[in-house]
Design a protein around this ligand. Structure first.
Ligand SMILES: Nc1ncnc2c1ncn2[C@@H]1O[C@H](COP(=O)(O)OP(=O)(O)OP(=O)(O)O)[C@@H](O)[C@H]1O
Ligand SMILES: [Mg+2]
Length: 355
């Protein structure tokens, strides 16, 4: 029995189906990420896990309890949401200790818990302040502290870092990871930020239109995306996609260019009956070379440690990720090369991964 089982969960509002049969098994101590574009149903699913709403069909189990219709207070969960409402009339310490007080935890124990999380989150100097006198990032920490003061079976986070500036986001992300490594509390974390998904998740469920497209480790998702949607959604800059067609049984071409394949790809093509395919290359799979695919450098986007170069080629505009700087100039003729091992193949009709 996993720590959290979501079985065939469906949710409809006014006959519009928002969740279309979600199955997820989360192990004890695991950090699960729900990621996907806006409106795909992440918060809806989290609300079902929290008990703020109930599925139309299907069931949810926490440990060996069926909680499908249980009240939030009977689920032993702690939540941090994007709009973290703190109690404005309570101090930071009172906010953090409130849930414990409601549970009639003795004062000494409560104070110890407040001190422990305040230290963890480095907000000890803020304990006597009211929320109005805190910055956004500090409020975020207090909201986190309120959840952490308890020792729940399950932590639920819904985009908890989305209101923070870029630097603080990165800091808090590391802190959340550290906290999880210490406490090993099973966690479900919603985000639409793929870097957060990759850096925090033990496993990631990529969602689209109320369905899970792929459920796997960050490495599975990045190295073996199940379909073109996942391949495009995870990874920045996004994967390059080249629509191509089959020549004979095991060759691919696009716009007169033969696309390189490995023996393993050719093997997979033997059992594939379609004609249209998509050949995917991540920007880091491409490199500038003395020969190879000809093109013209169209734009250069330096980021500091690496540069994204956009190159117009007979196969379309391709993004190349280069360590350091690009020495070629805009408009210059260049050549691109890659190793066939790094390509991803998708069925041009179903968009599902072939190899
Ligand atoms: N109470 C409701 N009544 C009707 N439709 C709803 C309700 N709650 C959510 N929806 C719809 O369900 C869909 C999924 O919403 P949800 O909030 O789960 O998306 P999300 O993946 O969390 O998106 P975001 O990243 O923008 O937060 C949306 O189309 C939304 O309009
Ligand atoms: Mg949401």
């Amino acid at each position: 029995m996993g720590a959290l089982s979501i079985r065939q969960v469906r949710k409809a509002y006014h006959s519009v189906e928002i969740l279309k049969g979600i199955d997820l098994e989360v192990d004890a101590g695991e950090f699960l990420i729900l990621v996907g574009p806006s409106g795909c149903g992440k918060s809806t699913l989290l609300a079902m896990i929290a008990g703020l709403d109930h599925p139309t069909l299907g069931s949810i189990h926490i440990g060996d309890h069926d909680v499908t219709h249980a009240l939030p207070k009977d689920r032993d969960i702690a939540m941090v949401f994007q709009s973290y409402a703190l109690y404005p009339n309570m101090t930071v310490a009172e906010n953090i200790g409130f849930a414990l007080e409601m549970r009639k935890v003795p004062k000494a124990e409560r104070e110890a818990a407040i001190a422990r999380v305040a230290k963890m989150l480095q907000i000890e100097h803020l304990l006597e302040r009211k929320p109005a006198a805190l910055s956004g990032g500090q409020r975020q920490r207090v909201a986190m502290g309120r959840a952490l003061a308890r020792n729940p079976k399950l932590f639920l986070f819904d985009e908890p870092l989305s209101n923070l500036d870029a630097k603080l986001r990165v800091e808090m992300r590391a802190e959340i990871k550290l906290l999880h490594q210490r406490t090993r509390t099973t966690t479900v974390y919603v985000t639409h930020d793929q870097v957060e998904a990759m850096t925090l998740g033990d496993r990631i469920a990529v969602m689209k239109d109320g369905q899970v497209q792929q459920f796997g480790t960050p490495d599975d998702i990045y190295s073996r995306p199940a379909n073109r949607f996942v391949a495009e959604f995870i990874g920045s800059p996004a994967m390059n996609f080249i629509e191509c067609s089959r020549e004979g049984i095991d060759q691919l071409q696009a716009h007169g260019v033969r696309l390189s394949l490995t023996p393993a790809h050719r093997q997979s093509l033997q059992s594939f009956s379609g004609h249209a395919l998509v050949y995917g290359l991540r920007p880091e799979a491409l490199r500038f070379a003395d020969q190879g695919l000809p093109g013209e450098l169209w734009m250069v986007e330096p980021t500091g440690p690496e540069t994204y170069a956009l190159v117009d080629t007979p196969l379309g505009r391709l993004t190349v990720r280069v360590p350091g700087q690009v020495h070629q100039r805009i408009g210059e003729r260049v050549h691109l090369d890659w190793s066939a091992e790094q390509c991803h193949l998708f069925d041009g009709m179903t968009q599902q991964r072939i190899a």
